[in-house]
Design a protein. Structure first.
Length: 473
């Protein structure tokens, strides 16, 4: 597929003059059609070209969202939710035109229920903002995708990240309840705040990861956790990628309650050194973090140190001071942007898969062998404690040949992961880029069931069309 063919093949649905007048009457100056604003909201971190909406609305409350959805349904034009715009798979691109809802003004923490370990927020709340506002309670929200992400966007894509799945789980496990606006403009609550329920279908799990294709998330209740008494981190170099990944498998099998473990290959380390002004040894490395009591974290780290030493790990170093930990994790978070420094002017094609931990070393090693044959720089990083890793390919944006080569790698990686009983995406989501692989992963019957759900929830195909699941078989 050519980089822009999915746009050229789509039919953009434009607002009639009557529709424009109705939106302007409803939202006034918050209904924006200027080129600059539209261009911004048609741009994300994916490799695809800008694909702007026809207009952008900044809702201030649920009533605004209800009004926008009802108007879009009336005029049968798409409506696309927008958090920060950090998607890597084209989620926010207006490939069929329509209206974008930017939740920047719906950014309040609505309720802190410390005794129940839950917090309720509007979708535009940023994860760092959430932790700032609950720090005084002794609680924290652990899900950390690395990007400057909104809670609504994280729920919509079922995000996880560096501090999540190994110990605390992903957004799937940590979203307690949602409020969602349906295609008819009704507001539904997907569940209560009770710790458990066996009453009815699990609507919360249906909307978490739905990528804005079934309804608009307008409120999120998440689980929060006690801040650990002690936190320490460590870093270790390895002679090979395989040795590093094998260490992770043995650590997970040992039962050590590690908080997070991250992998970076030598090219990713070189990029981070250049971008973040670090002096890390440019070999495959693992970053660890341990949470618990003072005694507990030291015991955990000592067990890990022994395992990595048995696998050839070298230069095991502690990072006890908060500023040292912050420096290391900031560098890891910046790996996407630091990778771009390996080839200035390039376009990043980023992809991710997740496999059972027992197949991780095999999958990563075979992927690295594929990347060696590519004519452009590539890096591998990952939240390898849960079997999830990322590949970044830095291609010439004007080269169709390099785009096709990157797509070849993407297809090989995803097919390999699925054959290993893994998934085409551990956390990026499907968006535009991975729609073609859902049939391979879920089978034709599974994909048809997803399509039936889409048709039932969204009969006029207004919710973020062209993403996740195709409207037609």
């Amino acid at each position: 597929m050519h980089m822009v063919s999915f746009i050229n093949q789509s039919v953009r649905r434009t607002l009639s003059q009557e529709g424009l007048t109705s939106f302007q009457a409803q939202f006034g100056e918050r209904f924006i059609t200027s080129d600059a604003v539209r261009q911004h909201h048609g741009t994300d971190e994916s490799p695809y070209p800008v694909c702007p909406p026809e207009a952008v609305i900044f809702p201030r409350n649920i009533d605004d969202v209800v009004a926008a959805v009802r108007l879009c349904n009336k005029y049968k034009v798409p409506i696309i939710p927008f958090g920060i715009g950090s998607s890597l798979e084209g989620h926010i691109l207006a490939i069929e035109g329509g209206v974008t809802l930017d939740f920047a003004e719906m950014n309040k923490v609505l309720a802190i229920n410390a005794e129940d370990f839950t917090v309720t927020v509007e979708p535009g709340v940023i994860r760092t903002q959430l932790n700032d506002e609950i720090r005084h309670t002794g609680l924290f929200f652990p899900i950390d995708p690395g990007a400057y992400a909104s809670i609504g966007g994280m729920a919509a894509t079922r995000a996880s990240g560096t501090n999540a799945a190994v110990r605390y789980g992903t957004m799937r496990e940590n979203v307690v309840s949602l409020k969602v606006v349906t295609a008819e403009g009704e507001v539904i609550r997907t569940s209560s705040r009770a710790r458990k329920s066996s009453a009815g279908y699990d609507l919360t799990r249906l909307f978490v990861g739905s990528e804005g294709t079934l309804g608009i998330i307008v409120e999120v209740t998440v689980r929060v956790y006690p801040q650990p008494e002690a936190v320490t981190a460590a870093i270790c170099n390895f002679p090979s990628l395989t040795a590093a990944v094998q260490s992770v498998i043995e650590i997970m099998q040992s039962g050590v309650a590690i908080a997070r473990v991250e992998f970076m290959d030598e090219r990713a380390v070189a990029a981070v050194n250049r971008y973040s002004k670090l002096g890390l040894k440019e070999t495959p490395l693992l970053l660890f973090e341990f949470h618990g009591s003072q005694t507990g974290v030291r015991e955990q780290a000592e067990i890990v140190q022994e395992i990595v030493r048995d696998n050839g790990g070298m230069d095991f170093e502690w990072a006890d001071r908060p500023e040292d930990r912050t420096r290391l994790w900031t560098a890891r978070h910046n790996s996407h942007y630091s990778g771009l420094q390996l080839r200035p002017g390039s376009r990043s094609v980023a992809t991710d898969v997740c496999v059972p931990i027992s197949r991780l070393a095999e999958c990563v090693t075979q992927t690295a062998e594929d990347l060696e044959a590519m004519p452009f720089p590539c890096t591998i990083v990952g939240h390898v404690g849960d079997g999830n890793f990322h590949v970044q390919m830095l291609i010439d944006p004007d080269s169709e040949d390099e785009w096709q080569k990157s797509e070849h790698i993407n297809r090989r990686l995803i097919t390999r992961a699925i054959q290993m009983d893994g998934t085409c995406s551990g956390e990026h989501g499907v968006g535009v880029h991975k729609m073609e692989f859902l049939k391979e992963e879920h089978g034709e019957a599974g994909l048809n069931l997803m399509r039936l759900i889409k048709h039932a929830y969204d009969p006029n195909n207004i919710f973020n069309p062209g993403k996740l699941v195709s409207w037609k078989a």
